[in-house]
Design a protein around this ligand. Sequence first.
Ligand code: CP
Length: 303
Amino acid sequence: MLKGRDIISIRDFKKEEIEYILKKSEEMERLLKRERELDVLKGKILACLFFEPSTRTRLSFEAAMKRLGGETIGFSKTEATSIAKGESFVDTIKTVENYCDAIVIRHPREGSARLAAEVSDKPVINAGDGANQHPTQTLLDLYTIKREKGTLNLNIALLGDLKYARTIHSLAYALAMFKPRLYLVSPKELELPKEVLEEVECRCKVSVHRSLSEVIEEIDVLYVTRIQRERYPDEKEYEKVKGAYKITLETLKNAKEGLIILHPLPRVDEIDPSIDRTKHAKYFKQVFYGIPVRMAILTAIIE
Ligand code: CP
């Protein structure tokens, strides 16, 4: 169904294609529990090109490829590549595609993954392009909600930096296809971009809030993001919103028994570590789900 496909934006996906990945991820999770090593992608090579820092996305793609019997190549900073000598982005991609079967790319510039896909004959996976999109994070976020709650048709709050967090943009578009009730909670300065809000509002019920306390009793899922300091053109703007929200045990006093809290991580100070010990905290489980989901994505596009 997705063989040879680029994964650039979640908006390129039909609902049934997302459901296909979620189903395949379940299969991968079952296989992972039975055998640690598979040979589904034996002889295949994944290139991981990270022009921006990453812990989870890069390492989980590498782990997923290795669990499938494949190999990985790549870089996590450009200083040791010929980009440091002035080689262009396009020439880098046109070179690397000769060494691999698929490319995973993270880059600070919006549209960079799309450009890579245009010049590469090998499938390209967007691992985050600036403040734009992070589609594979979204697939694992959807999978986490489905695994933990059994459905996506829930009351879901998105809290934090809705303006710059690419995970939020991708997730809002994707969730809207599954008709949840969405609560957008942020300071005014960090509201969801207008174009994302307008599209999401056409597909599901959305309301905007300034404080989590307004919705805490109603929600089944709380998705938190950090303030994306690296995206602020002006440090003074960041200082104005720094520390604007924080989840503590007190915040959850009136939460539903079954509320789950997700976060794409890294966290800075927006979830107090005391929350980690509660039954609500699912963000490290979410990290684990990244492996079967990325295994599903890799087999779908490469196998
Ligand atoms: N969730 C996420 O993208 O984490 P990293 O920045 O560590 O890859």
